[in-house]
Design a protein around this ligand. Structure first.
Ligand SMILES: [Zn+2]
Length: 181
């Protein structure tokens, strides 16, 4: 493990070190901001992404984007049960096929929206070590990644259609939906 020099004050590192992670809920304005590209790949980033995965699992989520825990960096994690994916600076470069599916979101607990998305995508980005990666995904995992990339751009499921039930107040019911992303 590399030691990080205390003399270098890099805001990114300080931001990622903030603990504990807390879930940001709609209507928190941070969920509407555009996240910044990650420039530094180090153990702080790796620890943070692992914490995100753990956090997501605690909430029975299958995907999580850094802004949902208050960090405006382009980091997403996903795990639909086979193997976890952590992707930094992800970019969807191709997509095909469309399908509607009811989605939930950890930041909108208890609510659902019918969302139309591509059934297949090609997504590029970097892994936690800064190595360029390219995935071709389909089905649920493709959907989860589209949902998480939306979060990095300040887009939420309520932008796709009507929330069910209708939003009346800041949601308080948690851990209700099977597939939270
Ligand atoms: Zn979400």
């Amino acid at each position: 493990m590399k030691k990080i020099s205390k003399k270098k004050k890099i805001p990114l590192i300080n931001e990622l070190k903030s603990r504990p992670l807390t879930l940001r809920l709609y209507t928190d304005s941070i969920l509407r901001e555009k996240a910044k590209s990650v420039q530094l790949f180090n153990t702080v980033l790796q620890d943070f992404a692992n914490d995100m995965l753990f956090f997501m699992q605690q909430y029975n989520g299958i995907g999580l984007a850094a802004p949902q825990v208050g960090i405006l960096q382009r980091i997403v994690v996903a795990d639909i049960g086979d193997s976890p994916i952590s992707l930094v600076n992800p970019e969807i470069v191709k997509g095909s096929g469309t399908e509607n599916m009811i989605e939930g979101c950890l930041s909108l607990p208890g609510y659902e929206v019918d969302v139309n998305r591509n059934t297949w995508i090609e997504i590029r980005g970097k892994n936690l070590k800064g190595k360029r990666v390219d995935y071709e995904l389909e089905g649920l995992l493709a959907r989860v990644l589209q949902h998480e990339v939306d979060h990095l751009n300040g887009i939420l499921i309520c932008d796709y259609g009507k929330l069910k039930p209708e939003l009346q107040d800041i949601p308080v019911v948690e851990k209700e939906i099977e597939h939270n992303v």
